[in-house]
Design a protein. Structure first.
Length: 89
C-alpha cells in the first residue's frame, strides 16, 4: 500500500494477518501470495513491506464476494483461500 492509502485498508491487512498468524499450516502459502502480489520495487517505498496495493485488495474482494470490494466479516475465508492455493501447487 502506498503511504496515502486509507487506514481502513491497513486495518484490514492487520486483521487478516492476525487470522493467518493463528494457522501455521498456511504461513508458507501466505508468503508466496505476498511475493506474487507485491508491487514492483516494494522495498524502495514505505512501509518497506510486500503488501499488495489497496486497489488490488478491493478488486480481489469484489471478485471473490461481489459488491463494492469490502472485505467480508469472515476473515477465516483467507485461510481457506490459502489452503486452496497450496493444494493447487
Amino acid at each position: 500500500m502506498e503511504p496515502g492509502s486509507s487506514p481502513a485498508s491497513w486495518a484490514t491487512v492487520r486483521r487478516l494477518g492476525s487470522v493467518v498468524a493463528r494457522h501455521p499450516d498456511v504461513w508458507l502459502e501466505a508468503v508466496r501470495l505476498a511475493v506474487a502480489t507485491a508491487p514492483a520495487g516494494w522495498w524502495r517505498r514505505r512501509p518497506f513491506l510486500p503488501v499488495p496495493d489497496a486497489s488490488y485488495l478491493r478488486w480481489r474482494a469484489a471478485t471473490a464476494y461481489g459488491g463494492d470490494g469490502e472485505v467480508p466479516e469472515e476473515p477465516e475465508d483467507v485461510v481457506a483461500y490459502l489452503r486452496w492455493r497450496r493444494r493447487q501447487h
